[in-house]
Design a protein around this ligand. Structure first.
Ligand code: ZN
Length: 494
């Protein structure tokens, strides 16, 4: 069982997604490194820019077979050849709706043309997969003939396409069963009914041996089937190995960053909460036995388990979170920390590391001296190049830094980064903005995670000014990373 990843083609067709050539190359390399067998790098017929991008992907000399999407016309195959691809995903109409209404053709015409195009592509040394578009809604006898004609003309494989994600597993198995009688068969499923994975598995069970998928399941409408979900379902439920699953989370992060489409927090495998535990019972159980509330260890997909603080936090979870920061508290203090965390969360506030540490300091009466304080931030934008300057107090000395960027926030963040340069490897790991209220007077909450050596700290700050919120959160995080954690003396009852 292998994968054809189409993040760079079908995935990029998701509304609002557009990747630069460098980003596409980065995604292709990450897919290749994870062991994905086929990478559909784009659609060569789209235009000159797309062809240059596909050419850059083929120039990487990846282990994966790199392909281009091609419509059922010779010019598309020529464009694909210009990009130096190894193969084409030749898409021809399969359902009557596509044959008659979209293309204005007939079954016989499509069969003849498909055979000619397959022969043409094979003559030019290409690997060829014939995809019957909208195959899940096509007449089965016609699909049968299309598959026969494709293989007779020399095609390497055919593909069952549930283009609009309309089929269920029974129909999928029925169609794939017919196609697989003729030769190697792929499955291309979409998630409009939330059946993407189910249908991919049904297709494999019926004889398919290649699954088309995208990372994080991005794609048109509800998206394609997610590569990481099929890979983990196969591994966990059926003991079938496909790609290097320990790279799945990293892959998801690369695609989220380059497409700007973050998966939903509850998304399987790559979502932020997929291995997070907040509820007291679950956290307590997980701390006693990792497998208690997890299907498989997060390390299998290259992740770590996360204990999240919130209104369901119990003592075990709070103690575990504190010990991440080397903070020890007595049983009595722990009770007060939990109470305060729940109360904070109850007010609708997300409880970050910084909040937890501040509560612990308060409860344990620990006075902490700040090492870094923000004195001033100024940012300008408009007609000139956006720039920002910050003034910090670091151990009693004034540090001034400035930066430029694509806008005021970007400039301010680069100013903080340049100030941080003096603090070893402290760096910004993630940055999120949420508007707390709507309207132009919105208050925004900026949440940053900064890391230094093996420590990581999350801080959130709310302000009407997004630049000030960003800088304050970063400076607070930096201060946390530079100061020793409060360490209350354990007592006898602890
Ligand atoms: Zn598709």
């Amino acid at each position: 069982m292998r994968f054809l990843d189409t993040t760079l083609r079908d995935g990029e067709q998701a509304p609002g997604v557009s990747m630069t050539p460098d980003e596409k190359v980065e995604v292709a390399r990450a897919l290749d490194s994870a062991g994905v067998s086929f990478i559909e790098a784009g659609s060569a017929c789209t235009g000159e820019g797309e062809r240059e991008t596909i050419s850059e992907v083929t120039a990487q000399k990846l282990d994966a077979t790199v392909t281009s999407f091609a419509r059922g016309i010779q010019r598309d195959i020529d464009h694909a050849l210009d990009c130096g691809v190894d193969g084409v995903n030749l898409v021809v109409p399969a359902s009557d709706r596509h044959v008659e209404t979209k293309v204005g053709s007939s079954h016989e015409e499509v069969l003849d043309r498909t055979a000619d195009l397959v022969a043409y592509a094979k003559d030019h040394g290409l690997w060829v997969e014939v995809i019957g578009e909208d195959g899940s809604r096509a007449d089965l006898d016609y699909l049968d003939r299309l598959a026969a004609a494709s293989f007779d003309a020399g095609a390497d494989r055919v593909c069952y396409a549930d283009t609009v994600g309309h089929a269920g597993p029974e129909r999928t198995a029925e169609v794939v069963g017919v196609l697989a009688e003729h030769g190697p068969t792929s499955a291309h499923t979409h998630d409009d009914l939330g059946l993407g994975v189910t249908n991919a598995l049904a297709a494999i069970n019926a004889g398919a041996d290649l699954v088309h998928a995208t990372v994080n399941g991005i794609g048109e409408r509800a998206g394609n089937v997610a590569l990481e979900e099929v890979a983990m379902a196969l591994k966990h439920v059926y003991d079938v190995d496909t790609v290097d699953t320990t790279q799945l989370y990293r892959l998801g992060e690369v695609v989220a960053r380059t497409t700007g489409m973050r998966p939903a927090p509850n998304k399987a495998v790559t979502g932020e909460n997929a291995f997070a535990h907040e509820s007291g019972i679950h956290t307590d159980g997980t701390l006693k036995d990792d497998r208690m509330y997890e299907p498989y260890p997060p390390e299998q997909v290259g992740r770590e388990r996360r204990i999240v603080l919130g209104k369901h936090t119990g003592r075990a979870g709070a103690r575990a979170a504190l010990s991440e920061h080397d903070v020890e508290v007595t049983d009595e203090e722990l009770g007060r920390v939990v109470e305060r965390v729940k109360e904070m969360a109850g007010r609708g506030k997300r409880v970050t590391d910084a909040d937890l540490l501040a509560v612990a300091e308060d409860v344990t009466d620990h006075e902490r001296d700040r090492r870094v304080e923000l004195l001033e931030v100024t940012a300008t934008s408009g007609s000139s190049v956006p720039s920002a300057a910050i003034r910090l107090d670091v151990d009693g000395e004034e540090v001034v830094a400035s930066g430029t960027g694509s806008g005021p926030v970007d400039s301010a963040v680069s100013a903080v980064k340049s100030a941080v340069k003096d603090f070893g490897d402290a760096h910004l790991k993630s940055y999120h903005v949420d508007a707390v209220t709507g309207g132009t007077d919105a208050v925004v909450t900026v949440e940053v995670t900064m890391a230094r050596e093996d420590r990581e700290v999350t801080v959130a700050h709310s302000d009407a000014d997004i630049t000030r919120a960003s800088v304050t959160a970063m400076v607070d995080a930096l201060d946390r990373l530079l100061t020793e954690s409060p360490r209350a003396t354990p007592t006898a009852d602890d």
